[in-house]
Design a protein around this ligand. Structure first.
Ligand SMILES: [Fe+2]
Ligand SMILES: [Fe+2]
Length: 406
């Protein structure tokens, strides 16, 4: 591997002993990685300003500027740099905060093989999203939806030092059409609420900010597509499917006792797993109509036909857009690989598992043969995770949820 193709990695830790240990244990990677070691956040930022890097691996606890602050700066100034946190056992709570800034968290001491595997996985997603076919498709689209301003306003309020439910409710209420749709959704049997909700503030109090956040974004995005212009595609059906998958994904995430951060993000991942379809429907009308017909007639998977025609599928296109919007890595990963999870190289149960299962389960009801079989499930992937024995339980909890909806 020559110097041009080597990955450039910057390690940051205020303890010289830790840096020395890292240097020693990672020596064998010198042929593949160009490594720099820095003992302070400020110095690391100076190095990043002077030279390009692919990855930063940072400690959490450091004087002056800690790892969370450092990664926030790196995210702002050098968004293309992959961010990894290295944390000790006692730092679990801070890790929870920083996980939103990092693409991945690893625990100390850092094993070279684990770091190598993690980096390969992260670069895998990055390469996938940098694929020329996706860029070509995206560059041809005229209506690439942008992140709605009202969603950014809600996020800003949530990130304020003292977020107020009243204020978030007021922000949502300014958009009457969106509010009406959100109230219609939260009052549907899906949420199983015993009393009727009449305003956004009540909805936030009962369902929590994560649910409302996902609803604001999805209702707003879906509202941008005019059903009358696309009579051959049913947007409501896609919205309902996305809603179902998000609820199933959240239920599986809770069943598997995933980290609260992942549970919070499961709705978002489920809600937008098929976002790429919206882009293809609205920008490639004729070819996409043909693909939809062919999928129905030939009983082939839509994503396979998309790959044949566009060289990429709605999964990667949706993930690319979510990545552009700055959504968190696990959400982007879950969307990118929801049809082919084995390609993710993911080795633990997470959002991708939950969305993959939720999608396959929701497809059951569309099966014209009424087969009681989860055809879309990638059993090899689930077997590798050691969770095949959980499939029956997942089916039961999803069935309960779906029956509540009817
Ligand atoms: Fe899909
Ligand atoms: Fe789907």
């Amino acid at each position: 591997m020559n110097d041009q193709t080597k990955r450039r990695i910057l390690f940051v830790d205020d303890e010289p002993m830790v840096l020395k240990g890292l240097q020693r244990s990672l020596r064998k990677m010198r042929t593949e990685w160009e490594m720099r070691f820095s003992s302070s956040s400020q110095e690391a930022l100076d190095i990043l300003a002077a030279e390009p890097f692919d990855v930063i691996v940072s400690d959490l606890r450091m004087p002056q500027m800690d790892g969370t602050q450092l990664l926030a700066e790196v995210k702002r100034k050098h968004p293309q740099v992959v961010r990894i946190i290295l944390s000790g056992q006692v730092e679990q709570e801070t890790t929870f905060k920083s996980v939103q800034l990092a693409h991945q968290s690893l625990s100390k001491p850092c094993d070279a093989d684990i770091l190598k595997h993690t980096l390969n996985k992260l670069f895998g997603l990055r390469n996938l999203l940098e694929d020329e076919s996706i860029k070509r498709i995206v560059s041809q689209t005229e209506t690439l939806p942008s992140l709605p301003a009202i969603y950014t306003e809600v996020i800003n309020e949530l990130q304020a030092s003292d977020p107020s439910v009243q204020k978030i409710g007021d922000i949502i209420s300014t958009d009457l059409a969106m509010t009406a749709k959100i109230l219609q959704v939260v009052n549907s049997a899906f949420f199983g609420l015993v009393r009727k909700i009449s305003n956004p503030k009540e909805a936030i109090m009962l369902l929590g900010t994560e649910t409302i956040k996902a609803l604001v974004l999805s209702v707003k995005i879906f509202s941008k597509f005019n059903q009358k212009k696309f009579t051959w595609f049913n947007f409501d059906e896609l919205f309902n499917h996305s809603m179902s998958v998000s609820m199933f994904a959240q239920t599986i995430s809770k069943e598997e006792r995933l980290d609260q951060y992942l549970i919070n993000n499961s709705l978002m991942a489920g809600m937008f797993h098929d976002l790429g379809k919206l882009i293809l429907v609205t920008n490639f009308q004729e070819p996409y109509q043909q693909i939809l017909d062919a999928a129905r007639q030939n009983k082939r998977y839509l994503w396979e036909l998309e790959n044949d025609m566009f060289g990429t599928s709605h999964a990667e296109i949706g993930a690319y857009l979510m990545g552009l919007w700055g959504l968190d890595y696990p959400v982007v990963e879950a969307i990118a690989f929801h049809h082919c999870p084995e390609k993710s190289l993911s080795n633990s149960t997470g959002l991708l598992t939950a969305v993959h299962f939720g999608d396959a389960y929701d497809r059951l009801k569309c099966d014209e043969n009424g087969a009681d079989e989860l055809k879309q499930l990638d059993r090899g992937y689930l077997d590798n995770l050691g969770v095949c024995h959980r499939i029956d339980d997942w089916q039961l909890v999803c069935k309960d949820l779906a029956e509540r909806k009817v």
